[in-house]
Design a protein around this ligand. Structure first.
Ligand SMILES: [Zn+2]
Length: 88
C-alpha cells in the first residue's frame, strides 16, 4: 500500500459539503472491472486534488479538485452510482 493512499473516508467532509447524503455510503460500480463498492472503501490518492480508485482494479473512479470557484468533480470510472436515500 502506498503511503500517500488513504481510504474514501478521508474525503467524507468534502463530499458531505457537495452532496446532502453521506456519500461514503453510496455504492459505485467500477467502469473498469464492474465491481460495486462503497465510496468509503475506495482508495484515495492525494496530489493537486483527490483521485478515488477502485480497490479491486485501481481504475480512477472519481476525481475531486478544490479551486477558487468551487469543487470540480469528475466521474471517469463510475458506471453507476447508487445514492443512499434519507428516511422520510
Ligand atoms: Zn474496478
Amino acid at each position: 500500500m502506498d503511503e500517500t493512499m488513504l481510504d474514501g473516508n478521508a474525503v467524507a467532509g468534502l463530499l458531505q459539503d457537495l452532496f446532502v447524503v453521506d456519500m461514503t455510503l453510496a455504492m459505485a460500480m467500477c467502469a473498469g472491472c464492474g465491481t460495486p463498492s462503497p465510496i468509503g472503501a475506495t482508495h484515495v490518492y492525494r496530489g493537486a486534488g483527490y483521485v478515488l480508485r477502485c480497490p479491486y482494479c485501481k481504475q480512477a473512479m472519481m476525481t475531486l479538485v478544490e479551486g477558487d470557484q468551487g469543487v470540480m468533480v469528475g466521474f471517469p470510472g463510475i458506471r453507476m452510482l447508487q445514492m443512499p436515500v434519507a428516511a422520510s
